[in-house]
Design a protein around this ligand. Structure first.
Ligand code: NAP
Ligand code: F7E
Length: 330
């Protein structure tokens, strides 16, 4: 059995990746941080096959200890401060976890993996690195221009991954993933914030939802599809970097239209207010990715389209909120 260690196991992607690797007969280990982290119980209950290991991306010796204990064949670094808005308020923490955390993990792999570097490494890079985009669609060759402390930290994580591959021959891959969502998406991100509000408004539990800028455009895909691309990268003969995206872009406004439309509320403007608190000091206006390399070299393509994704998330939140409120759905 191959052994995989996932950092960020309690996050959206960590959960989908654990399921995927388990279905492929891996022994799955999940790195968890903190003293009394409430999400650990959720992982224990819902993913009982995941063995939990305690460490923190801010603590090199804990990472070395985790790798020594697990002796993984593959390491997927999904752990990060991943919320762009938070990164403006806690920039140093973001640089430390999302940026320097990658370097610490790579150094730990060099120490524990030995001279033959048998541990394969995946880095969760991000389309946020393209920021104020230099061209559209964005490819592996598009220059970076990050627009947030999060984007800056991801550029460092990306570059240091490439550096360690070039300098030390590590099998290190970087997936430049565009936004991917699901019913497991954190409620702080705009898609889930909207689908949860749509469900609550439809059920009469909430009247309006306050949002920020409705014009930015994102290339939104389904997280379940994207973790498959991560795994495929580590199965190649040679390591490389890959854009993972759908190639379609929609605005926040389009997302609102689709989500409210799904429950028959066509006049969504009357349920949405705008609040300056949700605007960012600098915005990423447009992202759309060209995943030709992933398609040709990895045989990867997305299975879930935008409309299906929105419906899946709204339906999930309708069930969730109805259950919590004790409402019987027809
Ligand atoms: P997420 O739901 O926010 O999960 C982030 C994970 O990082 C959580 O498990 C969190 O653990 C962990 N973490 C935070 N600080 C840590 C630390 N100091 N040490 C160890 N772990 C720590 O993120 P996601 O959406 O699954 O994304 C996974 C990765 O892909 C992230 O690196 C993200 O930046 C990147 N990415 C995401 C997208 C996307 O659209 N989802 C696109 C491109 C790249 P706790 O539960 O303990 O806080
Ligand atoms: O914002 C706008 C906001 O927070 C999307 C992370 O997974 O994807 C994600 O980053 C857009 C932005 O995601 C609200 O200004 C308007 O333009 O859902 P988001 P993100 O910033 O694109 C990338 C690829 C990552 O790597 C990140 O880790 O929506 N927006 N009003 C809002 N956003 C939020 N969160 N809340 C609002 O009320």
């Amino acid at each position: 059995m191959r052994r995989a260690l996932i950092t960020g196991i309690t996050g959206q992607d960590g959960q989908y990746l654990a399921e995927l690797l388990h279905s492929k007969n891996y022994e799955v280990f999940g790195l968890v941080k903190g003293q009394n982290n409430p999400r650990i119980d959720m992982i224990r209950a819902e993913y009982p096959y995941v063995e939990l290991v305690s460490a923190d991306l801010q603590d090199l010796s804990s990472l070395v200890g985790a790798l020594e204990q697990v002796q993984p064949d593959e390491v997927y670094n999904l752990g990060a401060i991943s919320f762009v808005a938070l990164s403006f308020k806690q920039a140093e923490l973001t640089a430390n976890v999302t940026g320097l955390g990658v370097l610490r993990l790579l150094e730990a792999i060099r120490m524990v993996g030995g001279p033959d570097h048998k541990i394969r490494f995946y880095q969760a890079s991000s389309s946020e690195m393209f920021g104020k985009v230099r061209e559209s669609p964005q490819t592996e060759e598009t220059p970076f221009y990050p627009r947030s402390p999060y984007g800056c930290a991801k550029v460092f994580g990306h570059d240091i991954t490439v550096n360690h591959r070039d300098s030390y021959g590590l099998f290190a891959c970087s997936g430049i993933l565009f936004n991917h969502e699901s019913p497991r998406r954190g409620i702080e991100f705009v898609t889930r914030k909207i689908t949860n509000a749509v469900a609550r408004i439809k059920l009469g539990l909430q009247e309006t939802v306050a949002l920020g800028n409705l014009e930015p455009r994102r290339d939104w895909g389904f997280a379940g599809d994207y973790v498959d691309a991560m795994w495929r990268m580590l199965q190649q003969d040679e390591p490389g970097d890959y854009v993972v995206a759908t190639g379609r872009t929609h605005s926040v406004r389009d997302f609102l239209n689709a989500a409210f439309g799904h429950v028959g509320l066509e006049d969504w403007e009357r349920f949405v207010t705008q609040d300056p608190r949700f605007f960012r000091p600098a915005e990423v206006d447009l992202l759309v990715g060209d995943a030709t390399k992933a398609r040709e070299e990895l045989g990867w393509k997305p299975q879930v389209d935008f409309e299906t994704l929105v419906s899946m998330m709204v339906d999930h939140d309708l069930q969730l909120e109805a259950r919590k409120a004790g409402i019987d759905l027809p």
